[in-house]
Each structure stands twice: as C-alpha cells, then as structure tokens.
Design a protein around this ligand. Structure first.
Ligand code: HGY
Ligand code: MN
Ligand code: MN
Length: 416
C-alpha cells in the first residue's frame, strides 16, 4: 500500500463522467450548455453538486449571494481552509467545461483524497461561486466580488437582467439565498483550475498552464440617445443617428486596441437597439465595451481614450452619450508560493507546463484580494471558449486535476 499521497492522481474516468453528467443540465442547442445563473437549470445543477458533495462526506454552507461552500474537515479545526473554486453557471451559448471543470475537479480532489486515505491538517473547501459569467447580470464575478468587499451586496441584489428581473429576486425564486454573511469566512489559500479559453497551451503543446497573472478589465456600458424617425422618409441631413454613432465607436475601440498592441484586447459583445424595428432609426442604443490588459497603465489609458473619442463621435452627430463602468478589476499577480506549488506538482507528475497570463477573468481574481490565490490551466481545442463547440480531452482534464490534487495536499499539509 503506497503511503498516503505517493500515487496521488485523480480518477480520470470519474471526473469525466461527472462533467458529462453535469453537461446534461441546461443543454445548449449545439452540444454545449445554456445554464445561466439563477435559472431553473442553475438550480438543478446546484442540487446535483450538493448531492455529490454530501455523498463525498462534505458539509455544505451557502452565503447570502448563493455561493456554495462544501467542506471536508481537516485534523486541525483551527487551521484556515484551503479553497478550490470556480463556477457552474454558463454563458447562454457556453461550453461544457468553462468553470465546471474547476468545480468538479475540486470535488474529484475530495473523492480522490477519500480513496487514497489522505487526511489533511487544513480543511479543504470546494466552492461554486454564483454568477461568475456576468452574462445575465453584470458584472462578471459578481459573488466573488462581493466576497472580496469590492462590490456592495445591495448593489449586487439590484442588478437587472435584460427582462428587468433583479438578481436578489431571482436568487430568492430558486431558493438559494444562504444565511452566511458574504466574505465572513477566511481562506488559507485559494486554487482555481480552469480551461485556458485561449490558444497558447495547445499551440505550445503544453499540458499545464502555471498561471502567474490575470489581465485587468473594464466593462464600459454606453447609452446613446438619438431620435426615433422613419428610415425611409427622413432625409440624411435630418437624422440623429445613434446607430451610426455606435458603429463608429465600435470601430474606434478596435483601432485603440490595435494601436496598443501587444498585450491588450477590446471589443463589443452585446448591444440593444430601441425600438429595434427595421424601419425606425433607433432612439436609444445601449452596448458594453469590454477592454482588457495585464498592464494597468495601458488598461486605464485605453479607457480614457475610448470615453473621450466616443464623446467626440456623438457630439459630431448630435447624439446624446452617457457611459457607466459596470465591471472592473485591476490586473492580478497571483501568490508566488502557490504558483511554485503548482509548478512543482506539474514537474513531479512529469507534465509539460509553462507560465501563462490569464486572458479571461476568474473568481480567483477577487479571491486574490483577500487571500493567497492562484490558478492552474489546461488547454482547450483551438483556444475556443464562450462557444458551444468548446472542447477538451479527458487527458487534459485529468492532468490539471492531478496537479490541483497535489498542490492542494501540499498546501493543506498531510496530517501525521
Ligand atoms: O469575462 C470573463 O473573462 C469571464 O468569462 N467571466
Ligand atoms: Mn469561467
Ligand atoms: Mn466564462
């Protein structure tokens, strides 16, 4: 019998089966998932995760943002827990692995420790953060942002989805308002395992991303006010065309991002026209600009330039323009000790690995504000994510989970 921890690997088949089981909940239309936060599908996924955690001997606690914390006790009840977290909510046309891989790999770490008879000094807690995606209720990483004290609970409860439903009402409707104060619990360390959602690891043929940093983000929500008018009978020189202003701003965002290369991105993923009728010039256009960079000065410089040039574009067209920052976090540097634990685990396991900066935002970015935190990444096919065709291999999935298991056990300490 190997000493506890010697043959420390997860059960790859069991992890894969759990991923495929969860993927059946909130199916998309093209093989992915539409399990948006606080929908009935989200509630069903939560129930399944709760059942699995309890079957694994864990106890569940829920906070006032609905975030789920499943605890496996350690031998030292006074020791702060080591957390493993990510999210079960998906984009409307999401993949089966974004977020879910991290939560279910955390569960697999617990299941594997149970199988291997490993007892740790620090407790280990697996976390499902509410509303990581920010697709239905902006901003992204909402619950972890409240947990880190960066976002106010009442503000979070007030956020509205496109149908005007509030976060607070929807959380109550699905029955997942917990008792626990958000952010009351303290962490010894936080790990998040996630697909890369970009092309680098696959292109470099590396199994493991040792995540050292995450780029920062601004979500700038523009509201442009034009004049509703007939698209046929209104002469061109009489138009107050908010749609044209929006088009010029989207083009300008592209220009600003390209002029700030390398190391930044900018684009628009969502826009609303009102009244959104084919033969009515829009009276109102609302859209969100998403800009990101690992460089703080570049990120903030892009924001300032985009807001200034958008105002000029709108003024020239006589279009009203207001902008609100509806999402933000600064670039993140992850904890060097935990980053080294991840790198050592990959080396001990003989997995190819490289340092990487996360392009996407994650709950780990907020966790890093209140505890030592870091991330592990695995490749994804073609770097594709936020697309139902998002794909990974079972081998990629379990390699990262093996690294997670070893890094967590190393950090939580094997009890004598
Ligand atoms: O937007 C992001 O980076 C994350 O997917 N919520
Ligand atoms: Mn994610
Ligand atoms: Mn995502």
């Amino acid at each position: 019998m190997a000493a506890p921890g010697e043959n420390m690997r997860v059960n790859a088949d069991r992890l894969w089966d759990s991923l495929m089981e969860m993927a059946k909940i909130g199916p998309g239309v093209a093989g992915g998932n539409n399990r948006q936060t606080l929908t009935d599908a989200d509630a069903e996924g939560r129930k399944l995760f709760k059942r699995w955690c309890e079957a694994g001997g864990m106890t569940l606690s829920v906070d006032k943002m609905g975030t789920m914390f499943a605890t496996r006790p350690g031998t030292d009840p006074d020791a702060l827990p080591v957390y493993i977290g990510s999210h079960l909510d998906t984009q409307p046309t999401g993949g089966k692995y974004d977020g879910v891989l991290g939560v279910l790999s955390g569960l697999e770490v617990i299941r594997s420790m149970n199988d291997l008879g490993i007892r740790t000094k620090h407790p280990v807690v697996v976390t499902n953060w509410t509303n990581e995606e920010g697709a239905r209720f902006a901003p992204a990483m909402l619950a972890s942002g409240v947990f880190a004290g960066a976002i106010d609970l009442e503000y979070a409860y007030s956020r509205k989805d496109p149908d005007g439903k509030t976060f607070g009402d929807e959380l109550k409707r699905i029955g997942w308002v917990g008792e626990e104060e958000v952010g009351a619990r303290k962490m010894h360390a936080y790990f998040e395992y996630h697909i890369e959602q970009g092309p680098i690891l696959e292109a470099e043929n590396k199994q493991i991303g040792v995540v050292t940093h995450c780029q920062g983000l601004w979500w700038l929500e523009f509201t442009l006010t034009g004049r509703e008018a007939h698209t046929g009978s209104t002469p061109m020189n009489m138009r107050v065309n908010a749609g044209l202003a929006m088009a010029r701003i989207v083009e300008m965002v592209q220009t600003v991002a390209m002029e700030n290369q390398p190391g930044c991105v900018g684009g628009v993923g969502q826009m609303f026209f009102s009244p959104n009728s084919r033969n009515v010039l829009p009276g109102k256009v609302v859209f969100t600009v998403d800009i990101r960079s690992p460089d703080q000065a570049k990120l903030d410089g892009m924001r300032a330039r985009i807001e200034a040039e958008a105002a000029e574009i709108c003024e020239a067209l006589g279009v009203g323009c207001s902008v609100e920052a509806v999402g933000h976090f600064d670039p993140v540097t992850f904890d060097p000790t935990l980053v080294s634990a991840v790198r050592k685990a990959a080396e001990d396991l003989g997995y190819s690995h490289m340092n990487i900066i996360s392009g996407a935002g994650h709950d780990a970015c907020w966790a890093a504000k209140v505890a030592p935190a870091t991330m592990i990444m695995c490749p994804c096919v073609g770097g594709l994510s936020h697309n139902e065709a998002e794909d990974i291999s079972k081998e990629w999935a379990s390699a990262g989970a093996d690294v997670l298991l070893r890094a967590v056990v190393e950090t939580a300490g094997i009890a004598e």
